[in-house]
Design a binder for this molecule. Structure first.
Ligand SMILES: Nc1ncnc2c1ncn2[C@@H]1O[C@H](COP(=O)(O)OP(=O)(O)OP(=O)(O)O)[C@@H](O)[C@H]1O
Ligand SMILES: [Mg+2]
Length: 276
């Protein structure tokens, strides 16, 4: 039986492009590689959801069907009801024109996840348990994580085969990469999960000396030598920043933009790395 490959997009740094990578990598894996893809929006900021759905449609969906907050059973209103079913929260074919791309939307209520689950035993394994019901329906599941390593991200990591690190190539981000790998190693031991690094993808890359220098230097550093660095880099590109306003991935918003070309190449690299 087919079982999805689960990938978490992680970086403790905010605004580095995790969500942009999640949305656009998912789109090209579905469109160009005929993968059945599910995005899980684990971030209370709901950026992945609002990059793929108009706000009104998202609001209607989460009210009528549910969101990631219901998966974690955070809604006090529904406490005495039957728990919402994971599969019922999924928006199928979330973007008209992109076959095979589904989304389980996020919700602002996820801000309370850490507090609400503080005393729940096995709180970092909830997602893994619930995901089991749909894991055979997909080829790839991408978890868009918030910029921290708390309960939502721990749930994603526990459920994942791989983690993928989008990072900007600058000095402070390279220190951040070191801290991130350190914390992930700690969580891996403490929570006893098996996860491997799919790779690091440089994002928001500009033609400035220190970006180019960092991209050359990092793969050579002893600490990072064993890491995979994707050949494709994602340039800073206005169209990538604009596309979420129209609730469209770059492939539909402007398929000829440099950012679109980069994501097409990144998807090919990721598909090859996952074994076709
Ligand atoms: N390559 C790019 N070129 C131009 N704008 C970009 C690019 N990547 C991301 N952006 C824009 O920068 C902002 C931050 O990107 P994004 O939301 O993907 O980062 P993030 O790491 O998910 O942030 P957070 O940590 O808050 O979840 C967004 O407004 C996004 O549209
Ligand atoms: Mg994000």
């Amino acid at each position: 039986m087919n079982q999805a490959t689960v990938i978490s997009l992680v970086n403790m740094k905010g605004g580095v492009g995790k969500t942009t990578v999640a949305v656009n990598l998912a789109t090209y894996l579905a469109r160009d590689h005929q993968k059945k893809v599910l995005i899980l929006d684990l971030d209370p900021q709901t950026n992945a959801s609002l990059s793929l759905m108009p706000e009104k449609a998202w609001l209607r969906w989460v009210e009528e069907h549910g969101s990631m907050a219901d998966v974690f059973e955070l809604d006090a209103k529904r406490k005495h009801d039957e728990p919402v079913k994971f599969a019922d929260c999924i928006v199928h074919e979330v973007v008209p024109g992109v076959a095979g791309l589904d989304l389980l939307p996020g919700h602002l209520r996820l801000t309370f996840l850490d507090l609400d689950l503080a005393s729940r035993p096995g709180r970092e394994r909830i997602l893994t348990r619930k995901l089991a019901k749909v894991i055979e329906d997909y080829d790839v599941i991408l978890c868009d994580c918030p910029p921290n390593l708390q309960t939502a991200t721990q749930n994603a990591l526990y459920a994942s085969d791989w983690f993928l690190v989008p990072m900007q190539p600058d000095f402070l981000s390279s220190i951040g990469l070191s801290l991130l790998l350190d914390r992930l190693a700690y969580l891996k031991t403490e929570l006893e999960f098996k996860i491997k690094c799919l790779g690091v993808v440089f994002t928001r890359v500009r033609h400035v000396g220190f970006h180019q220098e960092t991209m050359e230097r990092l793969p050579e550093e002893k600490e990072f030598k064993k890491l995979h660095f994707f050949k494709t880099v994602i340039p800073e590109n206005i169209a990538l920043g604009e596309a979420p306003m129209s609730a469209q991935p770059i492939a539909l918003y402007d398929g000829s933009a440099p950012g679109a070309e980069a994501f097409r190449e990144l998807a090919a690299e990721v598909a090859a790395r996952l074994g076709g």
